[in-house]
Design a protein around this ligand. Structure first.
Ligand SMILES: Cc1cc2nc3c(=O)[nH]c(=O)nc-3n(C[C@H](O)[C@H](O)[C@H](O)COP(=O)(O)O)c2cc1C
Length: 676
């Protein structure tokens, strides 16, 4: 078997030639450069040599010179096979140094084999080719060799300079990318799906800031360590499926920081492919969207509450009218029957039930912010101190109730009874959350509410809010329950134990006092309700209306009663007539205005509903003021749109309100007070 020595510094070239030659019956030996080739050749004496030209240690030209100078080797044909030295001068030099063939890479295998055959044939027929002098002298050959080398060096230099430029550009780009990635607030994670369990191979500084984990702590781990107790398995399944198909994935998933703090991670994962389209990595971009999600939840919640509030307010309004009719009729009957009448007890029971019904509608109205209350300065600490004994009795012996009053005067604008109701509801709620024994803590303090104070001049003042906290050691709530507790009729208590109105009333009252509620709770870890209420200002304070006992008297004064609800209008008129007043009736503002203008004798007072078709109480009272600035008006409230409406129309000193449903005595007392 003939032996060929292949000399080339590139593995791929050797591999190609070896396959070709072995496939055609040659034994192949190889060397990486000229020096190695000479040593090998002198040991193994090949029948043919195929050599590259550009090689480290000793190039092909030098090898050729040594080859042809060695008597034992110079008969062995020397084939130059080159991709770098491709010009005519290069070939001329090689042939002048004794090369038997000069073949350019790449050459088709068949052509290549033909050339080899040709060289072999010539070698048997003619003496070996020996170095010839080109222009006649050894010096000229050396000159040609040097020139060829220098030319090649220059080409190489140019190539290197070009590569250097590209490298520098790449480096600048890399540095820019590194700075940009460092600055990005998002976290960036790169994983290697070709290794077991898709481990992290890179995390950006943004990832470290977001999660609290350092790069060293996470490299080599799968990202799932960010998940925790409340992470939804559905979300992880979505990611898993996307990764299995090497697809992109965009999802919001609940993750946990190193310190255990949960955060909502908007995660975007994309596959990274190489130039051949093979999957090499995954890149994940993480954005903390917790705050955004909270705001969205709050908005959704407040929209829901507003809708429920409107509904509850509407129902309560109509219900109040019915209660007023029942109450006034029953009171009238009671006034007329003898004290020992067998009907008396039953009628009194009806009145009691009516009163309880009125209490319920008051709660609904408080929730829907439609209860007409007059905000007055109330001291929070004093209110709690006045309640604490009653509350202690209410929570029972197994529950410890304690109160801590922070420094400073905590006067807010509210309503004493409603504030008491608010604290009581919170404490009842806390009590019901404690199963056997536990502790309820009430705390008050002055805090900075930022610029959320409802009065502009007060916004920037420090400590402009009172914080009232009710903390219990009860069973706590999960996030789903927390998000629903302020809805009316939502209750976690067993049937018959709670109306589901307690906390919705709290929410309604707090909003009525221009405050807000925050709830912190976790299952098994108790709950904290923080109520933030803006501190009171003198300018808010309005004079209090005092009631006096109504008495049946003959007056002869004329009262115009304006109410769209016919039954309520009649019973009002009847009550007033019974009390000695002259009463004219009208069913809305428009007809009332007409009556008022055209009535021949003086009308001493107008009693009007606020919400009526055609012309409501507000417009009606404004038009009345234009006709008579001293007109006395009593508004039947219970569905005031908001506190502003009240203050808006109570600009006149002769305007008053009475809350529906009202008793005969309060109505008559108000009327008398105003007419005096
Ligand atoms: C690039 C990349 C980034 C990821 N980042 C997170 C992440 O921030 N939070 C997370 O919960 N899961 C992340 N994952 C998903 C988990 O690593 C894992 O694929 C997922 O939990 C589903 O697989 P499993 O069911 O085997 O846990 C990431 C995955 C990849 C490929």
């Amino acid at each position: 078997m003939k032996r060929v020595l292949i000399v080339d510094d590139h593995e791929n070239n050797i591999y190609y030639l070896r396959s070709l030659m072995e496939g055609h019956g040659w034994e192949v030996i190889t060397a990486r450069h000229g020096a190695e080739a000479l040593v090998l050749a002198r040991q193994k004496f090949p029948d043919l040599l195929i050599s590259d030209l550009l090689m480290p240690v000793m190039d092909g030209y030098t090898l050729l010179r040594h080859w042809k100078a060695d008597e034992r080797l110079n008969k062995v044909p020397f084939i130059v096979y080159t991709a770098t030295y491709t010009e005519a001068e290069d070939e001329r030099l090689a042939l002048s140094l004794g090369a038997d063939a000069f073949i350019l890479k790449p050459t088709e295998p068949d052509d290549f084999l033909l050339r080899i055959e040709d060289v072999q044939k010539r070698a048997t027929q003619t003496p070996p080719s020996l170095p010839k002098t080109i222009i006649g002298t050894e010096a000229a050959t050396a000159h040609l060799y040097n020139e060829t080398l220098i030319r090649k060096l220059e080409e190489k230099m140019l190539q290197l300079e070009e590569s250097n430029k590209i490298l520098k550009r790449d480096q600048t780009e890399l540095r820019m990318l590194e700075r940009a990635i460092k600055a990005a607030s998002q976290g960036i994670v790169i994983t290697d799906p070709n290794r077991s369990d898709n481990p992290i191979v890179y995390v950006s500084p943004g990832f470290e800031r977001l999660t609290g984990y350092s790069s060293n702590e996470v490299i080599g781990r799968n990202c799932r360590f960010l998940q925790g107790r409340d992470t939804s398995p559905e979300s992880t399944a979505v990611i898993r499926k996307a990764l299995q198909g090497a697809n992109t994935c965009d999802i919001e998933i609940l993750n946990y920081c190193k310190d255990g703090r949960p955060f909502w991670n908007h995660l975007n994962i994309s596959p990274v492919l190489d130039s051949a389209g093979r999957l090499t990595h995954f890149i994940g971009v993480q954005t903390d969207v917790t705050q955004q999600r909270n705001l969205e939840n709050q908005l959704r919640q407040s929209q829901k509450m507003r809708a429920i509030g409107t509904l509850a307010g509407g129902v309560a309004h109509d219900f109040n009218n019915l209660l007023a009719i029942i109450g006034l009729h029953v009171e009238n009957i009671l006034l007329q029957i003898p004290a020992d009448s067998p009907f008396k007890k039953g009628l009194e029971s009806i009145l009691k039930a009516q009163d309880r019904g009125a209490g319920l509608t008051r709660q609904l109205l408080a929730f829907s912010r439609k209860q007409g209350i007059e905000l007055k300065p109330v001291d929070i600490d004093k209110t709690i101190m006045g309640l604490i004994e009653m509350l202690s009795r209410m929570v029972g012996e197994d529950i410890e109730l304690e109160a801590f009053y922070g420094e400073g005067s905590k006067v807010i604008l509210g309503d004493l009874h409603q504030l008491e109701q608010l604290v009581t509801n919170l404490v009842i709620n806390a009590r019901d959350a404690i199963q056997m024994s536990g502790r309820i803590t009430i705390k008050t303090s002055l805090v900075d509410g930022g610029n959320s104070h409802p009065v502009e001049s007060e916004r920037t003042k420090p400590n402009n809010f009172v914080k009232l906290s009710v903390i219990d050691t009860g069973i706590g709530m999960d996030a789903e329950t927390v998000s629903r507790i302020f809805e009316p009729f939502f209750t976690t208590k067993e049937s018959g134990k709670g109306t589901g109105l307690g906390l919705s009333t709290v929410d309604g009252l707090v909003r009525q006092f221009n405050g807000r509620v925050e709830v912190k709770s976790e299952l098994g870890k108790g709950s904290t309700f923080d109520i933030f209420l803006p501190i009171s200002l003198e300018m808010y304070a309005k004079p209090t209306i005092r009631n006096s006992e109504g008495k049946k008297i003959v007056t002869g004064q004329t009262v115009l009663v304006v109410e769209d609800q016919q039954e309520l209008r009649s019973i009002l008129a009847r009550t007033l007539r019974d009390a000695g007043y002259m009463v004219i009736e009208a069913q809305n503002g428009e007809t009332a205005l007409e009556t008022y203008t055209n009535y021949g004798s003086p009308i001493h007072m107008v009693i009007t509903d606020i919400v009526m078709p055609k012309m409501g109480g507000r417009e009606f009272s404004e038009r009345l003021l234009e006709i008579n600035p001293d007109v006395i008006v009593l508004f039947l409230s219970g569905y005031t749109e908001d506190a502003l409406l009240r203050y808006g129309i109570s600009g006149s000193k002769n305007h008053r309100f009475i809350d529906k449903p009202f008793t005969v005595s309060t109505l008559l007392a108000k009327v008398r007070e105003l007419l005096q």
